[in-house]
Design a protein around this ligand. Structure first.
Ligand code: GLV
Ligand code: MN
Ligand code: MN
Ligand code: MN
Length: 400
């Protein structure tokens, strides 16, 4: 039987389900993500593709031999905690189906499917870690030292998965093999629903970054410490979350989120000694993002002081706004029946690769408009339309 995107996704529907959060939790190099990587490798090998894993843990599946200037598509298989079924896997399953269609059409030419590790940054904190390492956008020493919540470093996780941590980092030879990169992804908003179209070509990615704010106070007893005597970082953190929203609302087109907040030590009858919270800020103008983050930093220090606490902010990652190559974008939009162009607020490996190789993205309609949550959705018919659009895009690029 011929695989369809829906049949492929059905095969992995039970991998990494999260009964507590709902949806899927598939952190990079967890059992679930490794199962998905094996699933992909089996499908690639079944198709006679040559599979290799590079020094940064990116899986490459080659048709037409390994070599420079290939047309490459692909995405990722890791997820956020409690994520949807499509963010990442849709692009990988669509790549397999698109390659099948290119075979049926008799299209020749060197091409590959790439699967990138840690696109979400859900385990080690920095998103698009595989593509950042490949392109040199992150210092390998820093990548090696990134640590998950269990205290496992990225170097150790890489080692456990057969990589040599000493060899993580920029890889010009592998990068040169990508002539053009096209990533297909579920749309993470309602743009296509509103336009009543199944597929769009990406125009831009909002600049975005992550900052850790540590608010420190005095750990103490919930029952014996008078309200007047407390230096409670949770109170400062709570006020700060509301202030982040207020500050962001005052800046047109800004998005600012505190999606993760960890009280230390985290006991019901314990006044926390420290609260760590993570700030995600996005805006089309990098200078505006920087200004907003500075304002949040000032607010954090001010609110902490009022509670007898201190606050310290550190940048964990920053990615400038990406405008995709307009010629490539328009060329693909023409091939795809004048597909609409849509920007996105979500980060992608394509956004990292864009500075190094001609890069484009396709988005597939998501009827709920929800992403990074279990309600993320793609209709079966749209998934197949998306794979055909990817095949059309790759065919155009392969025929040049
Ligand atoms: C990744 O999906 C991100 O945009 O944070
Ligand atoms: Mn995502
Ligand atoms: Mn994604
Ligand atoms: Mn993403």
């Amino acid at each position: 039987m011929t695989d369809t995107v829906s049949s492929l996704l059905a095969e992995i529907a039970d991998v990494g389900t999260d009964p507590q959060r709902g949806g899927y939790t598939r952190p990079v190099y967890s059992g679930a993500e490794l199962d998905l990587r094996s699933w992909f490798v089996a499908h690639a090998q079944k198709r006679g593709l040559d599979v290799e894993t590079d020094r940064n843990g990116i899986i490459w599946a080659w048709h037409g031999g390994v070599g420079d200037g290939a047309v490459v598509t692909g995405s990722h298989l890791d997820s956020v905690p409690g994520g949807g079924a499509y963010d990442g896997p849709l692009g990988v399953a669509s790549a397999l189906v698109a390659f099948d269609q290119l075979g049926v059409r008799g299209v020749a030419g060197r091409r590959a499917i790439a699967v990138f590790p840690e696109e979400e940054g859900a385990r080690f904190g920095v998103a698009c870690l595989g593509s950042r390492l490949l392109t040199g956008a992150i210092d390998p020493d820093r990548a090696r030292s990134l640590t998950d919540t269990d205290g496992v470093t990225f170097a150790e996780a890489a080692r456990r998965n057969g990589l040599d941590p000493a060899h993580l980092g920029p890889d010009a030879e592998t990068l040169a093999r990508i002539g053009t990169f096209v990533e297909l992804h579920v749309e993470q908003g309602r743009g296509l629903v509103d336009l009543e179209r199944p597929v769009a070509v990406a125009s831009s990615i909002l600049g975005h970054g992550r900052w850790r704010i540590a608010v420190s106070g005095e750990g103490n007893h919930a029952g014996t410490t008078l309200m007047a005597d407390r230096r409670d970082p949770m109170v400062a953190a709570a006020l700060l979350v509301a202030e982040v929203r207020r500050l962001a609302r005052a800046v047109p087109d800004a998005r600012a989120t505190v999606g993760r907040l960890v009280p230390v030590p985290g006991g019901t009858n314990v006044i926390a000694s420290r609260v760590d919270l993570w700030l995600d800020v996005r805006h089309p103008d990098d200078a505006v993002t920087r200004r907003l983050v500075d304002e949040v930093g000032r607010a954090a220090r001010g609110l902490a002081t009022e509670e007898g606490c201190t606050a310290e902010m550190t940048e964990e990652s920053f990615s400038s706004t990406v405008d995709f190559d307009p010629r490539l974008r328009d060329r693909l939009a023409d091939v795809l029946d004048a597909a609409p162009r849509l920007g996105t607020g979500a980060g992608h490996d394509a956004g990292v690769l864009k500075d190094h190789v001609p890069t484009a993205m396709l988005f597939v309609r998501n009827p709920t408009g929800v992403s990074h949550a279990p309600a993320e959705q793609v209709e079966d018919a749209d998934a197949e339309i998306g794979a055909a659009a990817l095949a059309d895009s790759l065919e155009t690029l392969l025929r040049r």
